[in-house]
Design a protein around this ligand. Structure first.
Ligand SMILES: Nc1ncnc2c1ncn2[C@@H]1O[C@H](COP(=O)(O)OP(=O)(O)OP(=O)(O)O)[C@@H](O)[C@H]1O
Length: 795
């Protein structure tokens, strides 16, 4: 808990008049209203953390009041500094300052960046915002369009202004430029009391995020996993005003009313908070936007300082008193300040892993301990049983012996020893089962056992095991066996206690133990459940893995096919144009042969026509075949060769068509000259027309082929795109697959580690168990010696 730091600053007087009645006098951290003749007025004296008189500078205010808060903000503490006071008392002067004496805000900005540079072990991210509350509406001073913003609240961010521009900044200059830009948008107005009166409350906010540069440590939460986020508010409130004094009307009046109202609500909040935690009751933070935004600074998680500015003039005494009373109440407020640290996902994960590991170890340990305790209990129980049995045997035999024991005989040691030996031999002959090998005191002569006046009856209990240290030592037994007569009263005796097998009276630890065991059982169940979940996850991953392997194989299988397809698609247009070129070549050869024959008059029109139509049919059939061969280049090549062959045949047949030429020549010689002329002319015209038609149809075909080629090219591009897509999909799937494989490996590793730790624990438990057994075994033969001895001492 930390108190709000409250200071008062007195502005230099603006009036040249000397005081007529009273004035404020500052003495160290106390301010008192004095009469003119320097006598303090009772009930008007106030003490604060600091008081800055008229001569004070903004530098001193910053250093004494705000600097610590700014520095703490860099360490992760929220901080708020605000100026409160009547209008024209110097709030804006304190917060913003002048050129010669910068105020709290510019100093804080510079200080933040300077300190940040010195903190070389941390990385910082700073965001700033600047807003005003004008007539109870929130406006963004950095973006004029952001008006009438709303306040929201969320678990993550707490109370925040939605839509407020937050600028990430890197240096002080950048921030100061932003502030200057914001100042332009701020509402100022002239009143009778201040030519430049703030008509709104302004809040300049810096959000400071930082994290350590250290990035080591894979097992524990490293410093770099913890992010500190602090909010620093520097607030310049609008001043309270008396409408009569400010002479406000119209807009100014409305502003004045709004200012006074929100300051009144601030006063109410401060009053409530200063009442002390028990009487506080409801704090009306939600009554105004100002108190809602400043909520963390008022009784919340923030280091807060308030500078209350006052005007020293006599005419403002009442307002000054009001301000000082506000300040006095604010001084009583305590805030609950803590560093705001956020754990990143990685840190949370690490922490949870550590916790699980801790629990696992604890559980193992407790299980083992519980088991051992049970075993020890069993051992103890059987040992107690055994001791009890032996004791009962002893009691039975001793009751016989002690009945024979009389008073001390005065006949001397020799007689006693002889008698003792005799008795011993007697008893040994009758009591063969005395496995304790205890001295034969039971049958000792009355003279051997010194008379013990206090002793009246046999004790009905044996000493508890913890009293074994009180019994006589081995040496003493030996002496007694050798006939030594002891003064038993001089021996330290074991107090008589009722026999209780073992300290079972304390039931609380048992109940506690049961509770603990139940708790461990629950934890075991939980761990088992986690293990089952892990196994399910592993199985799921395995299934996914195998699916993806199959998919990958499938994709791998498809890839060569796709590659081949692409290659074919890529080469197809080239090959087609090559084949068209070849066809063209063959066709031209035939044409030139025909021209040759025609020029020498060896080719009849009929022959020429039939040849051309044959060539055309061949050509189109071959072209068609070529296009439908779908990239089978060998076949295409064959087809081209066949076409070439056919063309050659046509040429040969043309060359060999002598008879037809002779026929033609004979027929032509039969024709009259005019007839001949007209006949030739008619044939030529006909052949030209047919050829033209043919040429046109060939051109059309050629265009069609071109279109087809273009569409094939289009298809090829599309196929290439699909292939690229499939390839990238395949790569992504492979990546996913690798990640899954890695995750699975990690999980397997964890499970292995868990089993290894478990086995180790089991081994240590076994060895501990065998050690215990050995100890118990060792203890077993010693018990008979101890028991009768204690028995004797109690006697
Ligand atoms: N400590 C000071 N030293 C010198 N001049 C001061 C001091 N305090 C205030 N002034 C001057 O007094 C005038 C009023 O101050 P300022 O505007 O800061 O008052 P305010 O409290 O912000 O008023 P309002 O609430 O109306 O905005 C300004 O001209 C300012 O320069």
């Amino acid at each position: 808990m930390e108190k709000i730091c409250v200071a008062v600053r007195v502005r230099p007087s603006t009036s040249e008049e000397s005081f007529n009645g009273s004035f404020w006098k500052v003495e160290e951290n106390r301010i008192t209203l004095h009469r003119t003749h320097d006598t303090p007025l009772s009930g008007s004296s106030y003490a604060f953390d600091h008081i800055f008189d008229e001569t004070s500078t903004n530098a001193s205010v910053y250093n004494l009041l705000t600097k610590d808060i700014i520095h703490a903000a860099l360490d992760g503490f929220n901080g708020t500094a605000f100026a409160y006071g009547q209008t024209s008392s110097g709030k804006t002067f304190t917060m913003n300052g002048s050129e010669n004496d910068p105020g709290v805000i510019p100093r804080a900005v510079k200080d933040v960046f300077e300190k940040m540079e010195r903190m070389s072990d941390r990385e910082f991210l700073i965001r700033v915002s600047y807003m005003e509350i004008y007539n109870e509406e929130i406006n963004d001073l950095l973006t004029v369009e952001n008006q009438k913003l709303q306040i929201h609240e969320s678990l993550e961010r707490g109370v925040f202004v939605a839509g407020l521009r937050e600028e990430v900044v890197n240096n002080a200059e950048q921030v100061l430029n932003l502030i200057n830009a914001g100042e332009v948008n701020r509402h100022f107005g002239e009143t009778n009391m201040n030519v430049r009166s703030s008509r709104s409350h302004t809040i300049f906010r810096m959000v400071i995020e930082s994290k350590g540069k250290d990035s080591n440590s894979s097992t524990d939460c490293s410093i770099s996993d913890v992010v500190r986020v602090s909010v620093l508010n520097l607030v310049d409130l609008a001043g309270s005003e008396r409408i009569a004094k400010t002479g406000a009307d119209g807009v100014r009046l409305k502003e004045g009313k709004s200012i006074n109202k929100s300051l009144m609500i601030l006063g109410n909040v401060i009053n409530k908070l200063s009442d002390g935690s028990k009487q506080r009751g409801h704090i009306p933070y939600r009554d105004s936007k100002l108190t809602r935004i400043l909520q963390p600074a008022l009784g919340g998680n923030a280091k807060t300082s308030i500078i209350c500015t006052i005007a020293p003039e006599e005419i403002h005494i009442e307002e000054t008193k009001g301000t000082l009373q506000f300040a006095s109440r604010a001084k009583r407020i305590t805030n609950c300040v803590q560093v705001n640290e956020i754990l990143t996902d990685a840190a949370l994960l690490k922490r949870q892993q550590l916790e699980i590991e801790e629990l696992r170890k604890k559980l193992q340990f407790e299980l083992e301990r519980g088991k051992l305790e049970m075993e020890l209990k069993e051992e103890r129980k059987s040992r107690d049983q055994w001791i009890l049995e032996q004791r009962m045997k002893l009691e039975n035999s001793s009751s016989i012996s002690f009945s024979d024991c009389g008073t001390t005989d005065s006949q001397g040691h020799g007689f006693l020893r002889q008698r003792f030996t005799e008795e011993c031999s007697d008893i040994n002959s009758t009591s063969q089962e005395d496995i304790f090998k205890s001295p034969c005191l039971k049958t000792a002569p009355s003279a051997f056992v010194a008379r013990r006046p206090k002793y009246t009856t046999l004790p009905d209990c044996s000493p508890p095991p913890d009293a074994f240290s009180n019994v006589a030592d081995e040496d003493m037994w030996m002496k007694m066996n050798n006939g030594y007569v002891a003064d038993l009263d001089s021996l330290q005796t074991t107090p008589i206690q009722k026999f209780q097998s073992f300290p079972t009276s304390d039931t609380t630890p048992v109940t506690g133990r049961i509770n603990e065991i139940e708790k461990y059982e629950q934890e075991t169940q939980e761990l088992r459940r986690q293990l089952e979940l892990a196994n399910t996850k592993i199985n799921e991953l395995e299934r996914k893995h195998s699916d993806e392997v199959t998919l990958s194989k499938q994709l791998m299988g498809e890839t060569p096919e796709h590659q081949q397809g692409t290659q074919i698609n890529q080469e197809l247009p080239l090959r087609l144009s090559e084949s068209v070129e070849n066809f063209k070549g063959s066709f031209e050869e035939v044409l030139s042969a025909m021209q040759r024959f025609a020029s020498v008059g060896k080719l009849s029109t009929t022959k020429a026509l039939s040849t051309v139509s044959e060539i055309g049919a061949q050509l189109f059939a071959s072209l068609e075949a070529n296009f439908t061969m779908n990239g089978d280049y060998a076949l295409m090549h064959e087809e081209q060769n066949a076409f070439h062959e056919r063309m050659n045949n046509i040429i040969t047949s043309l060359e060999l068509s002598d008879c037809s030429t002779v026929e033609w020549q004979e027929r032509s010689s039969l024709c009259s000259c005019e007839h001949k002329g007209s006949c030739l002319g008619g044939e030529n015209a006909y052949s030209k027309q047919v050829l033209n038609e043919r040429y046109e149809s060939l051109e059309k075909e050629f265009l069609l082929l071109k279109e087809e080629r273009d569409s094939l090219l289009q298809k090829f591009t599309e196929s290439s795109e699909i292939l690229a897509m499939v390839t990238s999909q395949k790569e992504n799937t492979l990546k996913d697959l690798n990640t899954e494989v890695q995750r699975r490996k990690n999980l397997e590793g964890e499970v292995k580690q868990f089993y290894a730790a478990f086995t180790l624990r089991q081994k240590s438990h076994m060895s501990f168990h065998s050690e215990c057994k050995t100890i118990v075994e060792k203890l077993r033969p010693q018990a008979p010696i101890s028991v009768p001895k204690s028995f004797d001492c109690e006697d």
